[in-house]
Design a protein around this ligand. Structure first.
Ligand SMILES: NC(=O)C1=CN([C@@H]2O[C@H](COP(=O)(O)OP(=O)(O)OC[C@H]3O[C@@H](n4cnc5c(N)ncnc54)[C@H](O)[C@@H]3O)[C@@H](O)[C@H]2O)C=CC1
Ligand SMILES: O=C(O)[C@@H]1CCC=N1
Length: 269
């Protein structure tokens, strides 16, 4: 099977590197980008092929990944209709907000389309990737896409009506987690610990806490209660986070990301 990528930025680089590090032959991968320089660089790093145009990528591929920013799709898809109609590849979009219906409207009739939301932890094989598809996708095609994204982490099918929600907690919220760890490390720096050491400790603590939530089966608040000794230190921090609006800030951030995802979906931005 031959794989094409239109766009060669952060996400596509992580995907192509994941694929070629996990048994996919770069010779079967075709990449293009706006300036072509980034595609050429990525192709060279992975033993893949760089192409001058998206049309060339489509002509060479059984699966074409749309890896450009969402608003660029409206710019490029009209000019690629004939290429898609001639080859009829499986189309995979990783664009935030862009629905299967939008993609179907902007591609030739009856194309098999898969919508995917990975996250940037893909760079270390730790993405939490969500996936949904239209009725034209065969079981074999779906397995092929799942196998590609399994090279960059875990893959779960998510119904499209929950895809926006998934995009917030699976795709965007990694940035919130990075911010939380940095804030902890910065506070430790303020108290006198070297930042690098503090960041490592904060990250290890978050990693352990994530495993605890996943493996213990206990509700997070039950775990919080187990950390808070009566009259102890932790409860001071927990009540301060509550007083400063920690949960409200997280919920507001979630709502803001979801709203932007919907605006992109409606074509308003
Ligand atoms: N960065 C992330 O954490 C995630 C990004 N995504 C989605 O992935 C997509 C790409 O995002 P990034 O990789 O972050 O963006 P990026 O800005 O790093 O890469 C965009 C790529 O598109 C190429 N491009 C722009 N115009 C083009 C054109 N007319 N023809 C061909 N190539 C063109 C650029 O050359 C560049 O290689 C977006 O749709 C985004 O919603 C999805 C999940 C996570
Ligand atoms: O910020 C964005 O638009 C993309 C989608 C999810 C993560 N990054």
């Amino acid at each position: 099977m031959k794989f094409g990528f239109i766009g060669a930025g952060n996400m596509v680089s992580a995907i192509v590197k994941g694929m070629t590090a996990n048994g996919y032959d770069g010779k079967n991968i075709f990449i293009t980008s706006k300036t072509v320089t980034s595609a050429a660089k990525l192709a060279e790093a992975c033993g893949a092929n760089s192409c001058q145009t998206a049309g060339e990528v489509i002509a060479a591929s059984d699966v074409v990944v749309l890896g450009v920013k969402p608003h660029i799709l409206a710019e490029i898809l009209p000019g690629l209709q004939a290429d898609f109609a001639a080859k009829k590849p499986l189309v995979v979009s990783i664009a935030a907000g862009k629905t299967l219906a939008y993609l179907a409207e902007n591609l030739p009739k009856d194309m098999p389309i898969v919508r995917v939301m990975p996250n940037i932890n893909a760079k270390i094989g730790a993405s939490t990737t969500g996936i949904c598809h239209n009725d034209a996708v065969t079981a074999e095609q779906l397995e092929a896409v799942k196998a590609v994204f399994a090279t960059i982490g875990s893959v779960a099918e998510i119904p499209e009506n929950h895809f926006g929600i998934f995009s917030v907690i699976g795709g965007a919220s990694v940035a919130f987690a990075y911010m939380y760890m940095d804030a902890l490390a910065r506070a430790a720096l303020k108290a006198g610990m070297p930042k690098k050491q503090a960041l490592e400790i904060a990250a290890e603590t978050v990693k352990g806490s994530a495993e605890m939530v996943l493996k213990s089966g206990e509700a997070p608040w039950s775990l919080v209660d187990q950390v808070c000794s009566p009259g102890g230190t932790t409860i001071e921090g927990v009540t301060t986070l509550q007083a400063k609006g920690f949960e409200a800030a997280v919920v507001a951030a979630f709502d803001a990301v979801l709203e932007k995802d919907k605006k992109i979906g409606r074509g308003e931005v």
